[in-house]
Design a protein around this ligand. Structure first.
Ligand code: PLP
Length: 406
């Protein structure tokens, strides 16, 4: 039995008020709140167990190293990855995808080579590929979503040509809530010798993920959406791609030996982790993932699917509300505009007065906004601690906004 009240009690911030109303936090797509276990782990690390990792031979450094390194295995377990050496720890998805762009793609791609992207990618999975277009003449090929916001895997597969080197695609849209059948895409891509990078920033939050089963070459996650600290994250890199990838950043920890004449590198994954990492952030991420696995990813997904179905039915009753993305199995992420002149920013300000936190803007998804023919939407994105009662409060607040702008 999913005890949402017990889960809510684990997140101290959910007890606060905003503008005199109980907080209804529906901005999880941007960043999620942190459970007490994570907050305590951060405090303990800094209060009792802090030192730099890897380099020390003293007690505190050994404790910090053990805790930090232990997170690699936790992430591997969380993502269904059998070999934890394929997990590179980093500061989040943006760093992970840039590492692949600079370290793996740039030295290998030539002018005219093609990268296939869906139109609903986040800028973190677009801009690094534009770098390759600008600097090396790589061609970006875009695959549209249909009118429900679904991405047909066949459309992605049909876009493959002999020039295709990479498919970079989200597993779950941060704007539409659409899930993508990345396993089918990966299987077809492999048959064509094409690599696949999956942006798992949102999917890993809302559903069980098994990267070994998906068969991706790269799978990126970001800690702050997974109820962990900002500045933490990881990317899975298949061992064959690890062998092909050059280090993206140089510095301490990633080397074996450095002389005036030459440098030799550490083995992966350390080869790709230059400099002092986000030690405490990563330790916090490990605790967050243990917390999620403790509740159970299947249970979290079932709870959120119920919220999604409930919200879909409630929002469908508002005939002046235009929800973008209507696939029935969508995650509980709702982007919408209101009929009339009201701007998304004004709507979110009114919702905020009712204690409801949503995001307004382009959600770092410029091509998708163009595809939808809008400049901005409001987005209500749910997490493991949200409730049906909060859907009702959102609906009431939207009715008020509608009245004010009608
Ligand atoms: N990809 C998706 C789908 C996202 O939702 C986000 C965050 O909004 C990112 C990538 C970028 O994550 P970060 O800013 O944590 O690197």
């Amino acid at each position: 039995m999913y005890d949402v009240d017990a889960i809510r009690a684990d997140f101290p911030i959910l007890g606060r008020e905003v503008n005199g109303k109980p907080l209804v936090y529906l901005d999880n797509g941007a960043s999620a709140q942190k459970p007490r276990a994570v907050i305590d782990a951060i405090s303990t690390a800094y209060s009792h167990e802090y030192a730099n990792v890897h380099r020390g031979l003293h007690t505190l450094s050994n404790i910090a190293t053990e805790k930090y390194e232990g997170v690699r295995g936790i992430i591997a377990r969380f993502l269904g990855v059998s070999d934890e050496d394929q997990i590179i720890l980093n500061s989040g998805t943006t760093e992970g995808i840039n590492m692949v762009a600079y370290g793996w793609a740039m030295p290998r791609f030539e002018a005219g080579d093609e990268i296939i992207l869906s139109v609903m990618e986040h800028h973190a999975n677009i801009v690094p590929w534009h770098f390759l277009r600008e600097r090396q003449g790589v061609v970006l090929k875009w695959v549209d979503v249909d009118s429900t916001g679904a991405l047909d895997p066949q459309a992605v597969i049909e876009a493959i040509t002999p020039k295709t080197k990479l498919i970079a695609v989200t597993h779950l849209s941060n704007v539409l809530g659409t899930r993508v059948d990345v396993k089918t895409i990966c299987a077809a891509a492999r048959a064509h010798g094409v690599a696949v990078l999956v942006d798992g920033s949102q999917a890993a939050v809302h559903m069980p993920v098994n990267v070994d089963d998906i068969g991706a070459d790269f799978y990126a996650i970001t800690g702050h959406k997974l109820y962990g600290p900002s500045g933490s994250g990881a990317i899975y890199v298949h061992k064959d791609r690890l062998a092909e990838m050059r280090p993206f950043m140089g510095g301490g920890d990633m080397i074996r030996e450095v002389s005036k004449e030459a440098v030799t590198y550490n083995d992966p994954p350390m080869k790709f982790e230059a400099g002092t990492p986000g030690i405490v952030q990563t330790i916090g991420l490990g605790v967050a993932l243990e917390y999620m696995m403790g509740v159970g990813m299947q249970a979290i997904a079932a709870h959120e699917d119920d919220l999604s179905a409930y919200a879909q039915s409630k929002l469908a009753g508002l005939n002046w509300l235009n929800v973008q993305g209507t696939t029935p199995d969508k995650a509980a992420i709702f982007s919408f505009t209101l009929d009339g002149a009201a701007h998304a920013h004004d709507i979110s300000t009114i919702l905020d007065k009712k204690g409801v936190a949503v995001r307004a803007g382009h959600h770092c998804a410029g091509p998708l906004m163009d595809h939808l023919g809008v400049t901005a939407t409001c987005r209500a994105s749910f997490g493991m601690y949200n409730t049906r009662a909060e859907v009702d409060i959102l609906v009431e607040a939207l009715e008020l906004a509608h009245e004010l702008f009608a």
